[in-house]
Write a protein that binds this ligand. Sequence first.
Ligand code: BDR
Ligand code: CA
Length: 318
Amino acid sequence: MAKKKSRKPPVKKKVLVDTDPGIDDALALALLYQSPEAEVAAITSANGNLAAEEGLKNIFRLLGFLGVTEKPLVGVGRDWPVSADDARHIHGVDGLANTYLPVFSRNSAEPAAKLLASIVTATREPVTILAIAPLTNIADMLDRIDVKDANVERIIIMGGAFHVPGNATPVAEFNVYHDPDAARLVMTSGLPVTIVPLDITTSLVFGVRDFDAFSHSKEGAGKLARILLPFYLQAHRRYHKLDGVHLHDVIAAALVVCPEVFTTKRAWCDVETEGEITRGQTVIDDRPFSPKEPNVDVVTGFDAKALKNFILARLSQV
Ligand code: BDR
Ligand code: CA
């Protein structure tokens, strides 16, 4: 009898997640944990949707809720920028839809930049950094290393708004606006960077009918989506006048594990750090005759049906 061909398990990408959880951050983490293509080696929290210390607490909440047994290394960012506005009106006072999930266990956290720097310079296998928060920790990491010594396959940034309005100011997206100097440093660092801008993340809307995918989920990622999304929907209705939600960070996470549904292009991109009313604006040179040397890859499109199905299927998978 012919021997059955066994399917090769996918090669796992080693991923470091820098996050400010946050509802879409939480679901981005859930998506990675549902994906055999990724191994989450470390999670660090940044000041953003809420303070970095609170974000750290949410990381432990989420690891417990998702039943993660192989605990990743964890790091906590610094309390910077001190005076910046958070986004609790979108994500809840606790950052997770006011669910106040229990924290069952905590392991000790290192300073985020120190942890990231030590991993990227010591790892033998190239790492992907998924940056779904303000870029303070990643910039701090760059301050500690020589980029030539960093074994980084790619930094995927959810951030920026090129040809759509911002969500923090008329022209600035939240993650870039929160720490524009850090965003600029990362984008111009010379490391391979892919930007998933608001232009892309707001072009896919998840509505109540999509939430049906989670209606029978009794645990794990599906249940997490079921309990977080109603609050997020209310916030989108109230503040964005949208009868649906944008899963910004989930789309950036999907780029890590399902890159084939996306299209990208090389481009020159930078951040306005000075402007009185334009601080945090991301600028892309889309001119066909641009004399500028491209420094990043930018996501320009995706197969909408395939991407939505992928995200819903992965998150609801038992
Ligand atoms: C980004 O801002 C945050 O509120 C979200 O978590 C996401 O990372 C979208 O602009
Ligand atoms: Ca985020």
